[in-house]
Design a protein around this ligand. Structure first.
Ligand code: PCA
Length: 324
């Protein structure tokens, strides 16, 4: 009998009853992801799943559970670590509280375009691999979001205009930026963004043209400032024990599909940027080139933050910056 990881209740019950070893030899893997189906990352993961099935001749099937439907975003990493699921996706810089090295790609104005983001990932990856390995995890691939811009209800011409604004954040790095700007940060996951704006819990956010467009930002805010402030990544990880239980050919099937997904994902991300900004415009959002005053204010905070990051990130941090 094969025991597949079936949706939550039964999957967890099986894992508890029969133990991890049997659960992970299943040929159906459940994969929790945080973002909705239309998100290009999720589209890319669906293709990855198809490729794994094809490459493995049907030996391994991956069922994607999007939008935090199987595990909430903050739980996904530990669910993979604990073997509740063999594989998952999350926002890499969400782990910055565990180790600052995970959050380097979300530091404002360190890497703001794809070429720099690629160099930064090459410098960051050995450290990320080491830190994940210590948790029994292995990175399969990482894909960046388009450069991050500022969305607001009211016009913003300088840093001072952000003072007191209720600000949606997605990790501790952005939370720090919001605090430094005198805004009031609240952590909110992507599927909850529309409601958070609609109910007045937040009135500004920094995210990609993708997330703004997919969340129909025009329903609840008016301005987009194309600040291109950083290029953060999602990562797909696998539980090492689960991976090692696959036969060699299936392991290769997964690795090949992952390599293809990384290449495809970076291309998709770059295409998204202009496409999604156009959609914001078509739907009535005013797309601004940010004022020099606003940019200088944000960049000054970025400079402070990278200095603090260096002080907190130790030898691993120093090696990332030296290699970048
Ligand atoms: N979208 C995700 C991560 C970065 C992005 O562009 C978010 O807003 O949480």
């Amino acid at each position: 009998m094969t025991i597949a990881f079936r949706p939550v209740a039964t999957g967890l019950a099986f894992a508890a009853t029969f133990g991890f070893a049997q659960a992970v030899t299943a040929d159906t893997w459940d994969m929790p992801t945080p973002y909705p189906d239309a998100t290009f990352h999720t589209v890319n993961i669906q293709q990855f799943a198809k490729d794994v099935a094809a490459n493995s001749g049907g030996k391994l099937t991956i069922t994607v559970h999007s939008a935090g439907s199987l595990f909430k975003h903050p739980e996904i990493k530990n669910a993979v670590r604990n073997g509740q699921v063999p594989m998952g996706e999350f926002f890499l810089s969400l782990l910055t509280n565990e180790n600052p090295a995970f959050g380097i790609d979300s530091q404002p104005f360190l890497a703001t375009n794809y070429a720099d983001a690629k160099r930064l990932w090459a410098a960051q990856k050995p450290v990320v691999d080491k830190l994940l390995d210590a948790q029994g995890l292995m990175a399969l691939y990482a894909v960046p979001w388009p450069p991050q811009g500022l969305y607001t209800k009211r016009e913003v011409n300088s840093l001072a205009d952000l003072k007191g604004m209720k600000f949606r954040t997605n990790n501790a790095v952005l939370e720090k930026l919001a605090q430094k700007a005198g805004a009031a940060p609240t952590q909110i996951e992507v599927p909850d963004i529309p409601q958070a704006f609609a109910t007045g819990r937040v009135e500004a956010m920094i995210t990609s043209p993708s997330t703004g467009a997919n969340s129909k930002a025009w329903d609840y805010l008016n301005h987009f400032y194309d600040t291109q402030a950083w290029v953060p990544k999602n990562i797909v990880v696998v539980n090492k024990r689960a991976f090692q239980r696959l036969d060699a050919a299936t392991q290769k099937a997964v690795k090949d599909a992952a390599a293809a997904a990384e290449t495809r994902g970076w291309d998709m991300s770059q295409k998204e940027t202009a496409e999604k900004i156009a959609i914001l415009k078509q739907n009535g959002i005013t797309v601004h080139t940010p004022s020099a005053e606003l940019m200088n204010g944000l960049k000054a905070l970025g400079t402070e933050m990278i200095t603090e990051w260096k002080a907190s990130a130790g030898a691993d941090g120093a090696s990332i910056l030296a290699n970048y």
